[in-house]
Structure formats: structure tokens, C-alpha cells
Design a protein around this ligand. Structure first.
Ligand SMILES: Cc1cc2nc3c(=O)[nH]c(=O)nc-3n(C[C@H](O)[C@H](O)[C@H](O)COP(=O)(O)OP(=O)(O)OC[C@H]3O[C@@H](n4cnc5c(N)ncnc54)[C@H](O)[C@@H]3O)c2cc1C
Length: 485
């Protein structure tokens, strides 16, 4: 049931008092036609709070913005982001097209929005409000305090300054639109008091990865891409001769390796046709990598590939083959490596193979080098003079293409996101308004956009939130000038 009468822009009704309050609001509305445009924001995360601030900046007193957050505090995910340091964005010096490449889903759609509210704008926004930011060598941007609290305080103080109304422990349980007059109505559950029914003129849904609200929005005619995890580490087979020894290398961080994932979808019709066709995909990337306990693989290159392969990996139940070129881009084939090993055999004759890796410009740590020798069936104590060419050929091949079995995914504690959400083509990217229903907007992770690790996810929350807020603010201004005519 909808609690709204035509022309009443602002309604907030406690459930138990609907009828008597209703009458009062109707009387008041007749008296003042210039009530502020009521905006309800579902979700007090990065996207919702940022949008609310922008809407008030644009429309000022002409709009009233209420942010409903289900949890006990605003911006809970910002607090835990970046391991508590909050990697708030990516390098503001990068070009927009380079930034857009950091989104496995949504890179095309985000191009226009990122031009309107870019990482440089984000940087400016926070520095204008007294937050000092630093860009690290890998492009990640953090507050110089290394505390997410700095970002949270800045956002909450900007929200207070703009008179945004923030409500915690207010969970939105339903959203409806009257077929008769198009009025939106949302049901809000409060833990401490009676429930609310709110009838906003503009409704922004920015509640992150919320399955219940995805279902509600799906019921309103939108298409929701099923959510699957993104940004995770890879777990290697323990019982495999190729990988079991890698456990000894936990903690080793490689500056640059080349990693390839070969994923074959187990599910009928699943997976995009990759180079090898038939629901399989090959993804290759290069960068820093970390060997973890388990054994497992983590670090930027692993996380990036996990994001780009998120859907395929989900469809393969997180089983796939991973091939690592331990030399990074230095050598492409075993044939290129072998001559250097043969030189070492000639020159290091009496030295044990396990002493060090003789390849030039390939910094393979000793611990890893010894494991690679062992899996190539060469005892690290063997002297170079005694090793056969056939064994060295096997080692050379393994150095450039070490194939291992991935049997699952692990958690990456510093960042996590979900791939999936409202289908991109259901949204007008100039305003973040739904193309299906008017006065309904989406922002942040609720949309089928997600980025690789490094500040891309918060950047898309700031950008889409800002654009939605801007559009809502302008709508409020337009309505209020209509009312005044
Ligand atoms: C551990 C972790 C670390 C991360 N670190 C980083 C990082 O360093 N850099 C980066 O760029 N990204 C990081 N991310 C990702 C980033 O935090 C998210 O992409 C971003 O917070 C999304 O913002 P959002 O506003 O769309 O959603 P959210 O931040 O999820 O906010 C949505 C809010 O809506 C609320 N909500 C849900 N349902 C309802 C409802 N029915 N009614 C009312 N409220 C509701 C939720 O409680 C939540 O507070 C991290 C994520 C995690 C989990």
C-alpha cells in the first residue's frame, strides 16, 4: 500500500500513526507548495553518503536528503577498507582510459562518468576538505594518516555541513512504485522503534551487494547479473608434486612474474568462449606475486587475474590450471633459458646447483630456486658439472612455464568485492537513473561494476555516487522552480 497523495513531496510516516499523520501532512501541503524535494538514499556506504552530499550541494534547501543505513554505523566498509588504511582511489595522474581498464566489468560504461568525476576530482574533493593524501609507488592512494577514520570523519563532517540526515539501524525492506501516479514508497525497518513508510520524490539505491534488495529491484523490472566473488587468492593442490614443495616458499614475494590462467567452465553453457573455445578462457597478466601458505598465490597479479576471471572461475568451481613464468618477461621459452644454464654448467662446475640462480636479471630467491630444482628432479646439492643437459632442459622449461593446479580460492583480507548487480544497460550513465523506471537511481557496488584492487572500487563508488547526487540535485532544483511558478 502506498502512503502518498499527489503533490506531497515529503512524507515520513511512523507505521502506527499513518492515518492521523497523513491527514496532517495533507493539510500542511495545501498550505505550502514549496516543500523540499524528498530524497531517500538506501545504504550509508561510500556511494550513498557521497551522493547525498552532492545532491545537497546542488539543491541546498530545495531538497531534503535522508540516508538509511541498515547497520549500526555509517560507512562500515570504508572503515575496514585497505586493511584499515583505506585505499581511497587510484593514482590521479593516470589517464581516464588507463583507469577504466581497471574494471573487469563496467569499463566501457564508466568511461563517461570518470570523465565527469575523475580520480583527480576525488583527490581534489578530499584535499579541499583538509585530508592529506599520498600516492604510493604502485598507484594506490591513502590518507597520510594511514587511517580509514580520516576519510570517514571527512565524509561525515561534509554530510553534517550539508544537513544530510543520516539514519543508522534503519533497514529498507521494500520499495514500491504506484502504477497510478508513479510515486515511490519505501518500507524502513527500525530496530528500536516502529517501522517507517517513506514516499520520496527521488530514490537512490546504493546498498552494496544486497541480495534482498537486488530481488526487490528485479521485481521492479530490472535485470540483475548474479553476484559472484571477485578479488581473491588462489589455492593450489596440496597433493600435487609440482606444488606441495611450494609451501616451503610461503612469504616469498616476486617482483614480477607472468601468470596465465586456463579456466574451463564446468557448467552447461557457462564461460565465455576463450581462445581455445568451448566455454574455456585463457587470461594472462604480469606483475608482483606473493606465495602464501596452503600453498597459495596472492599479490597484485593474482588478484587482478581473479577479478578478470571471476565469473569463469565461479563457473569452474574455482578449479583451473595456472602457469607461471618465474622469469617475468625476461625469457619466453625454455630454449632461451637453456643456453644460460649450459654456461653455468661450464663455469660453475664444482658449485652446488642450489647455491644461487645463475640467470642474469632474473631475481629468483634461493629458497624458491631450490624448490624449482627439486621439482625438476635435481638435488640442490648436486654440482653443476654432474647435472645432465636433459635435466637442465626440464628446469629451463619449468622456469618459463611452471604449470600447477588451482583447487580453490582464498580470502584477500585487504579488499574484497562482488561482481554482479544491476545490468549496466538498464542504467542511464549520464545520471545513474534507471532506464526502466523514473526517479530511481543506482550507485556503487549495487551496479554490475567492479574493479581490480588498488582503489578502483571506491573510485567507482565516488564517481557513480557523485553523478547520481548531481542528477538528483538538479531534478530537485527543477521541481522546486516548477512549484514556484
Ligand atoms: C575488507 C574490504 C576491504 C576493501 N578495501 C578497499 C580499498 O581499500 N579500496 C577500494 O577501492 N575498495 C575497497 N573495498 C571495496 C569497497 O569497500 C566497496 O567497493 C565500496 O565500499 C562499495 O561502496 P558502496 O557504497 O557501493 O557499498 P557499501 O560500502 O557496501 O555500502 C552499502 C551500505 O548499504 C547498507 N545496506 C545494505 N542493505 C541495506 C538495506 N536494506 N537498507 C539500508 N542499508 C542497507 C550496508 O550496510 C552498507 O553499509 C573493500 C571491500 C572490503 C570488503
Amino acid at each position: 500500500m502506498l502512503w502518498r497523495l499527489r503533490g506531497i513531496p515529503s512524507v515520513l510516516l511512523p507505521d502506527s500513526h499513518r492515518c492521523c499523520r497523513w491527514t496532517a501532512l495533507r493539510a500542511r501541503n495545501t498550505a505550502t507548495s514549496a516543500d523540499p524535494h524528498l530524497v531517500a538514499v538506501v545504504g550509508g556506504g561510500a556511494a550513498g553518503v557521497f551522493a547525498a552530499i552532492r545532491a545537497k550541494q546542488v539543491a541546498g534547501d530545495r531538497c531534503r536528503v535522508m540516508v538509511f543505513e541498515a547497520g549500526p554505523e555509517m560507512l562500515p566498509k570504508v572503515r575496514i577498507s585497505g586493511g584499515g588504511r583505506c585505499n581511497a582511489q587510484q593514482d590521479p595522474q593516470k589517464t581516464i582510459s588507463d583507469i577504466a581498464k581497471g574494471y573487469p566489468r563496467g569499463s566501457r560504461e564508466l568511461l563517461g562518468p570518470l570523465h565527469r568525476f575523475s580520480p583527480a576530482d576525488t583527490h581534489q574533493w578530499f584535499t579541499d576538505r583538509g585530508v592529506s593524501l599520498k600516492t604510493e609507488a604502485d598507484g594506490r592512494v591513502f590518507p597520510t594518516t594511514d587511517k580509514s577514520e580520516t576519510i570517514i570523519s571527512c565524509l561525515l563532517s561534509a554530510a553534517r555541513q550539508q544537513k544530510v540526515e543520516l539514519y543508522t539501524k534503519h533497514k529498507v525492506t521494500n520499495m514500491e512504485r504506484s502504477e497510478e501516479d508513479g510515486q515511490w514508497s519505501i518500507a524502513v525497518k527500525r530496530s528500536s522503534s516502529s517501522d517507517l513508510q517513506v514516499a520520496p520524490s527521488s530514490l537512490l539505491v546504493a546498498c552494496g551487494s544486497s541480495r534482498p534488495l537486488w530481488s526487490v529491484v528485479e521485481g521492479l523490472g530490472h535485470h540483475v547479473i548474479p553476484p559472484v566473488p571477485s578479488l581473491f587468492t588462489l589455492r593450489l593442490a596440496k597433493d600435487d608434486a609440482e606444488t606441495s614443495l611450494l609451501e616451503q616458499c610461503a612469504g616469498i614475494s616476486m617482483q614480477s612474474v607472468r601468470m596465465r590462467l586456463d579456466v574451463v567452465s564446468h557448467r552447461e553453457g557457462g564461460g565465455r568462449r576463450g581462445k581455445s573455445g568451448g566455454g574455456s578462457v585463457k587470461l594472462v597478466d604480469e606483475g608482483p606475486m606473493l606465495i602464501t601458505q596452503g600453498p597459495g598465490l596472492s599479490g597484485p597479479v593474482t588478484l587482478r587475474l581473479s577479478a578478470f576471471a571471476a565469473r569463469h572461475l565461479h563457473e569452474s568451481a574455482y578449479e583451473c590450471a595456472v602457469t607461471i613464468n618465474w622469469t617475468g618477461g625476461a625469457f619466453k621459452s625454455g630454449d632461451q633459458v637453456l643456453p644460460q644454464l649450459m654456461v653455468a654448467k661450464d663455469e660453475l662446475t664444482m658449485k652446488a646447483l642450489g647455491t644461487f640462480c645463475p640467470l642474469q636479471n632474473v631475481p629468483i630467491p634461493r629458497r624458491l630456486w631450490r624448490v624449482l630444482l627439486e621439482v625438476s628432479d635435481i638435488p640442490p646439492t648436486m654440482r653443476w658439472a654432474d647435472v645432465s643437459k636433459a635435466k637442465l632442459r626440464g628446469l629451463a622449461e619449468r622456469l618459463v612455464a611452471h604449470r600447477m593446479r588451482v583447487v580453490g580460492k582464498g580470502a584477500f583480507k585487504e579488499e574484497f568485492t562482488t561482481s554482479g548487480g544491476i545490468r549496466c544497460r538498464d542504467i542511464n550513465w549520464k545520471t545513474m537513473e534507471s532506464k526502466i523506471l523514473p526517479n530511481l537511481y543506482f550507485a556503487g557496488e549495487f551496479v554490475d561494476v567492479d574493479g581490480i584492487t588498488g582503489g578502483y572500487n571506491l573510485q567507482s563508488a565516488w564517481t557513480t555516487g557523485w553523478i547520481a547526487g548531481e542528477a538528483i540535485g538538479r531534478t530537485a532544483l527543477m521541481h522546486s522552480s516548477d512549484d514556484r511558478q
